[in-house]
Unconditional design. Sequence first.
Length: 451
Amino acid sequence: MKEVKSSFTVSIHYDRRLFEYDIAGSMAHARMLAKQGIITAQEARAIVSGLAEVRQEIRGGTFPWRRELEDIHMNVERRLQEKIGDAGGKLHTARSRNDQIALDMRLYAKDIATQALQSIARLRKAFIGRAERDADVVLPGYTHVQRGQPVLFGHHMLAYFEMFGRDAERFRQARDRADVMPLGSGALAGSPYPLDRESVAKELGFSKVSVNSMDAVSDRDFLLDLESAAAICMIHLSRLAEELVLWSSAEFGFVQLADDYTTGSSMMPQKRNPDFAELVRGRSGRVIGNLVALLTTLKGLPLTYNRDLQEDKEGVFETMDTLLPCLDFSAGMVETMTLRHERMRQAAQQSYVLATDLADYLVRKGMPFRQAHGVVSRLSAHAAGQGKFFHELSLPTYRRFSKLFEDDVFEVTVDSSIAQRDLPGGTAPRQVRKAVAAAKKALGLEAERVP
């Protein structure tokens, strides 16, 4: 029981991954202490040199981790003291583990948000590439998983480009909210020393310093922002994965996923299972769960720091460790999948996706839309009952439902339907080409904002 109790508060097995941030923050803090005359320049040099050695040990896998020291902060500090002696004990002057961990997590959040932005950019580039390469491919668009209206495949891909563009914006916002330097807040009330917080912020790449010490040590909203952005992004990845699963099935037959993203069956030799897409879809639940867990942890905490906040890290780490490969594998699936053009066009033509166009045809002849809707609804039911599609019906059959139908009704085709949607946001070829050009420009401009 004693061993269980002693390990209950230990976090070193997961927070050790913060060592780069922890050491960078300590180096900046030591330099600032010397600059302000709180420690000597010689002591600061010894501290910074010792921390560099500690960092190299961790990078090289030779660092002697000690669970009894609980966390990354105490492990680094104790090792520093072993290397340079009493001067190492001066590093923690004007600092608390409360503002130290807030600093580490903000540095981590900024870095990992940037990595997410880079992965999202690759995925969005993949959508642009498919939209451009397969610009003229026709497929049925769906509502309620029922064939609705014909669209261009490029238009479909650019819908995802827009979707993940919103994710990119959320990650930029999450990064911006993490961009506040909390060091100098102490345990909760600030510091009695004449600290130069702005110089530390500048060295560590922060654009601003926190304005309230109590908020600074207890705030984890920036992690909620990160987790929320990740959860929404995983939902979007799951929607994409679901379409890839459907499209690659024999029932749809629209795409074939590359062998690198499928696996065989242990029993059925003919199977090519879309396991990567299914795992992306499945892992969205893990990320959503981590967001809910952090929300639940934070909801009952009084100011300021409480040990509950130790529970913020594992979920955040798992979330981002899950999201980043899901983004990269999804980009790979989109880039390498093979489209079955004829099958996609056939699915549009051998269906009733032109029903809306036929109603619009009657509207252009002078019939009110609601009346036209009813006429085409009855026409559709008749055609389905005869086992025929619209293009297989004769003109006399059309005219049984409305005398407004004339020979030009046969000019209503999948291609004419698509071409008529020639307005911004529509699926007409000209609009899709313009949208591809705009997407390229937007992605180029956003790339400049990623670093």
